[in-house]
Write a protein that binds this ligand. Structure first.
Ligand code: ATP
Ligand code: MG
Length: 754
């Protein structure tokens, strides 16, 4: 490849960074300025121009998805198989190292990874075993404490309690937790990093080997590295390596999880002679979107200061929409997506971004109702679903009998008559003799300290796992999974569960067999296929969802949208209290981090951006009444077009005239794809805008108002979305929780307000 070919898709500043002489480099630049493009081109440059072997490149990306994309781009650029490069997330790379050097790292070869739920379960058990009151020693808080310490590289033995009894107990829990994990041969996410860091720190020969090997360490999204990640990079880089990091202080959004934006300055101190490159041209967004983003982030203090401009088009205004509740918001989003796809956009061009995972459900429902395929990144993902975790627990036990978390999960699932008392005896035996639950079970059975029924049932369970292990040894992976799902009794168990839920569970289990069939292992792996698959299930959850090939709407939290871009973005739930998040509002640091998150959100959009908020929102089962997020008011009004004026829906509204003159219809919002009554809803809102103008209640209608909850004889409970017309012909549209949206004649519907 000729250098010109590589550089022709880059501007001058980007070229300078890509072709810079080897040396520590920092690219500091705003969103969409091509940092990731520069990082990828740099790898291609090193290999094709500097004669660097692909084996000496290690690149850290933010998500597994980004890693896969990067491999693909490098393959394309160089025509090389990307497999030779070590590209991955910090966690993924740390995991790879520990798999290679499990012995030196003090782990069993078949160690398993705990995700956050599993981890919490272990913490709970530890709290119980230490006989602490879990209302005072809240397991979630302790989990946070443990992870925080690990992110800072601290072990219990290096922690001082400073005479503080609370802290002393927390350290005690941390120590007991560590012991429990070590005994079970499992490690959590934070441990992956800390353990691999210690592996290098304590094994000079290994470190020297990797320092020699990875002369080129590249890190994307450097602003979000935490302390241990930074130290990991620094240790690997040593004195010889030539790190190349790119980042943007304005997009630092993981402070709450220990990320240190100061690492950017620290890097420049720790690697003397660092050359800093700045990129200023944005290639992603329209002028309007970019101006909005610049104005928004200007409200933060202490920025490193960057300018960002574009020579692209000004583009459309940013559209805001005031929904009266979360369902209305979801419907608005669905309509915008339908409108865009009708105009030729692909579904995958549309992204829905939200602050917290729980917001996705309502939007998912609206998408399902409209039959629009979508994918959720993050949140409750395939590998996190209960039945999948049950199946994985069996598989994990088959592979590693000492995995206590898995043992606990399935020892009595499906029910096989192993009672709480028997399990308590097993736990006590384990604790007293420092045994895994598996070993403790065998010990308790042979010591005859269990009741005869409990002993027989437990014995049957142990025999079942042994039998599954024997039967599946040597089978192809998907057959192993298939056998274990059936042989464990799980499949039958869920088949018996009535209704859609049980059906979905069975489908999910079947899907796990397909996932196993489609699984390809890493070429360097020394692990058995099953163990590799189990690790993959934890690490990649959410990123390998079933319908990847299908053109689908992309849904994710703002946090997981970092680094990505979409032609059309709907940023939903812009209400004070939700975004910015309630717990950050009174804390300047927290508020600024939320603003950076908003900046990340806005700068994901290439051509079109919608910002929506709801006057009333039911979240986690609680009704909240929000005011529009301050972030909206921080965007200059000339960049914004309100799709419809805000309305006061809390006021009663009895029907309305369906003549829509201005308001929603006039500002472009009116057509309701698939809806029974386009335009007329605008009239309803028109009425709502004018609280003085009450329309006569429809005969027989007991004062229906928007947002009101009602009960219907057949459809159950729902919320009134629209009241249309009055008198005999009045209609209401109700969104029923179980039956979806229905338009009913008020006269006959017999709706009961609740
Ligand atoms: P973020 O901060 O969001 O991670 P980034 O700085 O990493 O953004 P990229 O994702 O690398 O930016 O680039 C943004 C978009 O601009 C991409 O679509 C990329 O292909 C395009 N782009 C970058 N540089 C150029 C260029 N010189 N010419 C044309 N397009 C470019
Ligand atoms: Mg990027």
């Amino acid at each position: 490849m000729q250098p010109e070919d590589l550089l022709k898709h880059l501007n001058e500043a980007q070229r300078a960074a890509v072709s810079a002489l080897p040396g520590p480099i920092l690219v500091l630049a705003g969103a969409g300025s091509g940092k990731t493009r520069v990082l990828v081109s740099r790898i291609a440059w090193l290999i094709s121009q500097e004669g660097v072997s692909p084996h000496s490149v290690l690149a850290v990306t933010f998500t597994n998805k980004a890693a896969a994309e990067m491999r693909g781009r490098i393959e394309n650029l160089l025509g090389l198989p990307g497999g030779a490069l070590w590209v991955g997330t910090f966690h993924g790379l740390a995991h790879r190292l520990l798999r290679l050097h499990w012995r030196e790292a003090g782990l069993p070869q078949t160690f398993q990874i705990l995700d956050s739920d599993d981890q919490l379960r272990v913490v709970k058990k530890v709290v119980k075993a230490l006989e602490l009151d879990d209302t005072r020693w809240v397991p979630k808080d302790l989990q946070y404490f443990i992870n925080g310490q690990k992110d800072e590289g601290r072990r219990p033995k290096t922690l001082a309690d400073d005479g503080d009894p609370t802290r002393r107990t927390m350290i005690r829990v941390y120590a007991a937790y560590e012991e429990a994990c070590q005994r079970a041969g499992v490690i959590d996410f934070a441990e992956l990093l800390l353990r691999s860091f210690e592996l290098w720190r304590d094994h000079a020969d290994l470190l020297a080997h990797y320092q020699r090997r990875f002369r080129h360490v590249l890190v994307d999204e450097f602003q979000d590295t935490n302390s241990i990640q930074y130290q990991w990079v620094r240790l690997l880089a040593g004195r010889e390596s030539l790190p190349f990091v790119v980042g943007d202080d304005d997009q630092s959004i993981y402070g709450w999880r220990g990320a240190r934006v100061e690492n950017i300055q620290r890097y420049q101190r720790d690697f003397p002679g660092t050359t800093v490159y700045r990129l200023e041209q944005n290639y992603r967004s329209t002028g309007t979107i970019l101006n909005a983003a610049n104005a928004l982030i200007a409200n933060n203090s202490g920025r490193m200061g960057k300018t960002l401009w574009t020579d692209g088009v000004k583009g459309e205004p940013i559209r805001t929409y005031a929904a009266f509740n979360e369902r209305d918001e979801a419907n608005f989003v669905v309509e915008r997506i339908l409108e865009s796809t009708r105009l030729g956009a692909r579904r995958q061009d549309c992204a829905v971004l939200y602050r917290s995972n729980a917001q996705s459900r309502v939007i998912e429902e609206a998408l399902i109702a409209a039959r629009i395929p979508y994918r959720v990144y993050g949140g409750l993902r395939f590998f996190e679903r209960a039945e999948i975790k049950d199946a994985l627990a069996y598989l994990r036990l088959v592979s590693n009998r000492r995995d206590d978390g898995s043992f606990e999960r399935v020892v009595n699932l499906p029910t096989r008559g192993i009672g709480a008392k028997s399990l308590d005896i097993v736990r006590d035996t384990g604790k007293a003799q420092a045994l895994s639950l598996w070993e403790a079970s065998a010990t308790a059975i042979s010591a005859g300290i269990l009741g005869p029924k409990g002993a027989a049932a437990l014995h049957a369970f142990l025999a079942l796992i042994e039998k599954l292990a024997r039967e599946t040894a040597g089978l192809p992976l998907h057959e192993q999974v298939d056998r274990v799902i059936a042989g464990s009794g799980l499949l039958d168990h869920f088949r018996k569960e009535k209704g859609e839920r049980g059906e979905a569970r069975v489908e999910n289990l079947e899907e796990l067999v397909s996932a196993a069939r489609g699984f390809t292992r890493e070429e360097t792996s020394e692990l058995g296929e099953l163990d590799e698959f189990l690790a993959h299930a934890v690490l990649e959850s959410g990123e390998g969802q079933a319908s990847e090939w299908e053109d689908s709407v992309q849904m994710m939290t703002l946090h997981s949208a970092k680094g990505l871009e979409f032609p059309i973005v709907c940023l939903v739930g812009l209400e004070d209290g939700l975004f910015p998040h309630q717990r950050s509002i009174n804390d300047i640091g927290g508020l600024e981090e939320e603003r950076r998150l908003a900046y990340v959100g806005v700068t994901r959009a290439m051509h079109r951006l919608y910002l929506t908020y709801a006057e009333q929102r039911r979240l986690h089962g609680v009704d909240q009444y929000g005011t529009p997020s301050r972030f909206i008011s921080e965007i200059p009004t000339e960049l914004i077009e309100e799709v419809r004026p805000r309305v006061q829906v809390s006021r009663p509204l009895y029907g309305s005239s369906s003549s829509s003159g201005h308001g929603a219809g006039a500002s472009g919002y009116g057509s309701r794809a698939g809806g029974a009554s386009s335009g007329s809803r605008a009239g309803a809102y028109q009425g709502a805008k004018d609280p003085g103008r009450y329309v006569e209640p429809p005969s027989g209608g007991a004062g229906m108002k928007l947002g009101q909850r009602v009960r219907h004889g057949r459809f159950g409970e729902g919320v009134v979305l629209r009241v249309d017309g009055n008198g005999q012909g009045a209609q209401v549209e109700v969104n029923f929780e179980h039956s979806g949206r229905k338009v009913l004649m008020l006269q006959y519907a017999n709706l009961e307000p609740i």
